[in-house]
Ligand binder design. Structure first.
Ligand SMILES: O=C(O)CCC(=O)C(=O)O
Ligand SMILES: [Fe+2]
Length: 308
């Protein structure tokens, strides 16, 4: 049975904050299962933030207002960051803690019979999208939403104890490029809302503003209600560097092969990075080219893992 609003208000879980330098991934995953989101302090170095800004400020300035109503007109975005900023890729997309948490939550292990053999296949997560969100003064709240709508995820009403690894289709990793506050539009979310059924609407009165300093991160499950917030300041930019991870066999939200074609990134990234970007197989069989691993197809090297 669906919970009443008052029940939900009373049972809002605490949002935990961890020190990124010392945090243990299992504690982070446990905190996500309870609250749907957590803060990682000191996740990205200040000089990496400065380099990302150098790589992308011109694109922020060049973005045009969104035509529909998903974003306020004051929000500017930059996408395709794999091609635009190797520092973004290394410092954010490849963050060891974010990737480790995504691996715990999104790795899929599947077993089935093939003839008389019980086979087990392991599919690792991949990058889903890369976006910078710059929210200028005057912006309204973005509507609360679940990012797993892209994957048509029918979230079941459940408790944290009932949460099953595999239920979520994505994990979001948002890093503040500048101090992000309730006043300037920090991401707000509803703690515990990843446990609400598909038809339970978001409730603005239950939101938690995940305020973070420049270089801190907010990590959250795609099934959690969240949104960018109103920028009520006169002169502050709310600058967030974000990416999502998704399961290895789902379609990537941002088409990595078209937003940063292989020719443009060739020689810039090592094999684990390329695999995370999507140049990988999800066993069994998903993602081959000419029945080959994509990197074997692209490089002619034969040392990649089998399709099956
Ligand atoms: O800007 C933010 O804080 C959140 C943006 C967001 O959730 C989205 O565009 O899906
Ligand atoms: Fe979102």
């Amino acid at each position: 049975m669906a919970l009443s609003k008052d029940d939900r208000r009373r049972s809002l879980p605490d949002v935990q904050a961890f020190d990124a330098a010392t945090a243990n991934v299992d504690d982070i995953v446990a905190a996500l299962i309870v609250a749907g989101g957590c803060v990682l302090k000191g996740a990205v170095a200040q000089d990496d933030l400065a380099q990302i800004e150098k790589d992308t400020r011109i694109c922020i300035l060049g973005d045009k207002a969104w035509g529909g109503d998903f974003f306020p007109k004051e929000t500017k975005r930059v996408m395709g960051l794999i091609g635009k900023s190797p520092t973004f890729t290394r410092a954010i997309v490849q963050s060891p803690l974010a990737v480790a948490a995504a691996e715990k939550i999104l790795t899929s292990t599947y077993s089935c019979w093939v003839g008389d053999e019980w086979k087990t296949f392991v599919s690792k997560p991949q990058l889903n999208n890369t976006i910078i969100f710059s929210i200028a003064p005057g912006a309204r709240n973005q509507e609360l939403h679940r990012d797993d709508m892209i994957h048509h995820n029918p979230v079941r009403q459940r408790t944290a104890a009932d949460y099953k690894i595999g239920d979520d289709t994505g994990v979001g990793y948002f890093v503040a490029g500048k101090k992000a506050t309730k006043d300037n539009g920090v991401t707000r979310f509803i703690p515990g809302s990843h446990l609400w059924g598909q038809t339970t609407p978001p409730d603005e009165s239950l939101t938690f503003y995940a305020e973070i300093e420049a270089g801190d991160a907010f990590l959250f499950l795609s099934s959690c209600y969240h949104g960018g917030s109103a920028n009520k300041t006169a002169d502050q930019e709310r600058l967030m560097y974000s990416c999502f991870y998704t399961k290895g066999f789902l379609r990537q939200e941002e088409n990595q092969y078209l937003s940063a074609p292989f020719e443009a990134i060739k020689g810039k990234y090592d094999q684990p990075t390329l695999e995370l970007l999507g140049y990988n197989l999800s066993p069994p069989f998903m993602g081959w080219v000419e029945m080959k691993h994509p990197l074997e197809f692209l490089t002619g090297t034969e040392s990649f893992k089998d399709l099956y």
